[in-house]
Design a protein. Structure first.
Length: 119
């Protein structure tokens, strides 16, 4: 079974301080070349908004952050930005985790994920 982490799970497991440390570690790992980050893919759905796919590979993992941006959504009672993260084993492609971003700053976290930075 693939674990699914909700916003509440992430907020309870990772403090803001630890998250910032992991983001710093992620930038350093990317700078060292330990992670590759192909260009972000935009899928326009104009004029309503767009979809964004952000892939990354490193530390034995492949991940994809899928984010939507629909500026008119608050008028509909929906968030402007939503998304999720998928984490796979890079050696065999098996899906290891699915996570929904917990806070707006989580949705903007650099690609080397906190979950894999802790692993």
């Amino acid at each position: 079974m693939i674990p699914v982490f909700t916003a509440r799970h992430v907020e309870e497991a990772v403090s803001p301080q630890r998250s910032l440390e992991a983001v710093r570690e992620a930038f350093l790992a990317y700078h060292r070349g330990d992670w590759s980050m192909p260009p972000k893919v935009y899928v326009p759905a104009y004029p309503a908004g767009d979809f964004r796919a952000m892939p990354v590979l490193g530390a034995g993992h492949a991940a994809l952050k899928w984010v939507t941006s629909f500026p008119g959504n608050p008028e509909r009672g929906l968030p402007t930005v939503s998304g999720l993260v998928l984490l796979s084993d890079a050696s065999n492609g098996s899906l290891r985790l699915r996570s929904l971003p917990a806070r707006p700053w989580v949705a903007r976290t650099p690609k080397p994920l906190r979950s894999s930075a802790r692993a």
